[in-house]
Design a protein around this ligand. Structure first.
Ligand code: AMP
Length: 221
């Protein structure tokens, strides 16, 4: 990527945003900013934000825009965000997208360089999410069929226990997909007309999708 700037990963839950965002963050040496991870950490720590967000997250609905924009404003104020960050799971509503534009404008900060929209059929999304397992210690992501750990239930990287996220249970999953369609999908038209928008086919394995993204970002291999 020639000039610095923020990168947004857009797409339904389960399209592989998290996995791809982490890979790109490592390659570009930019912070990976996942509002889902930040909220889960707040729930675990029992903070005020965590207490307010917990029940909403368990239901598959979206946490309030004010809370999310507050978290993001705080995160962008850190020194390590000055060269750009990789947003994963944010923005998720038009109010958040407009709020982000305001945050970036007002502080004379870097702009949004790329909006990478990963697309995948619903059936594939449901199959991926219902088999997803996450290491409760280091956050590594596995899949019971497509990317199993070597020792069942244990992380290959750190030995932590693998868990199914509460909101990956089938009944919550359907709600999350419906929420995506009503609240987040409209963001596509918001970003479509702006520079840096690109659609990426999310089917195939992690490496195949990474290669498509690398090509768009002008990275080698
Ligand atoms: P994720 O890990 O991105 O799938 O997020 C898990 C849950 O956290 C979502 O289902 C929402 O309840 C909440 N969440 C994460 N990011 C946002 C956001 N940008 N806006 C509102 N809610 C969010």
């Amino acid at each position: 990527m020639k000039a610095p700037g923020h990168i947004i990963f857009l797409g339904a839950p389960g399209v592989g945003k998290g996995t791809q965002a982490k890979i790109i963050a490592q390659r570009l040496l930019l912070p990976h900013v996942s509002t889902g991870d930040m909220l889960r950490a707040s729930v675990t720590s029992g903070s005020e934000v965590g207490r307010r967000a917990h029940a909403v997250m368990e239901s598959g609905a979206l946490v309030g825009d004010d809370i999310i924009l507050g978290i993001i404003a705080e995160r962008l104020a850190h020194n390590d965000a000055s060269g750009g960050v990789i947003f994963d799971g944010f923005p998720r509503t038009l109010v958040q997208a407009e709020g982000l534009d305001r945050l970036l404008d007002s502080a004379g900060k870097l702009g949004i360089k790329h909006v990478l929209h990963i697309v995948l059929a619903d059936e594939e999304i449901i199959s991926r999410l219902s088999g997803r397992r996450v290491c409760e210690k280091c956050g590594a992501i596995y899949h019971v069929n497509f990317h199993p750990s070597i020792r069942e239930g244990l992380c290959d990287r750190c030995g932590g226990e693998l868990r199914q996220r509460d909101d990956d249970r089938p009944e919550v999953l359907r709600r999350r997909l419906a929420v995506y369609k009503s609240e987040t999908a409209p963001l596509v038209s918001y970003y479509l007309s702006k520079p840096g928008y690109a659609e990426i086919e999310g089917s195939g394995d992690t490496a195949a999708v990474s290669a498509r993204i690398a090509a768009i970002l002008g990275l080698e291999g």
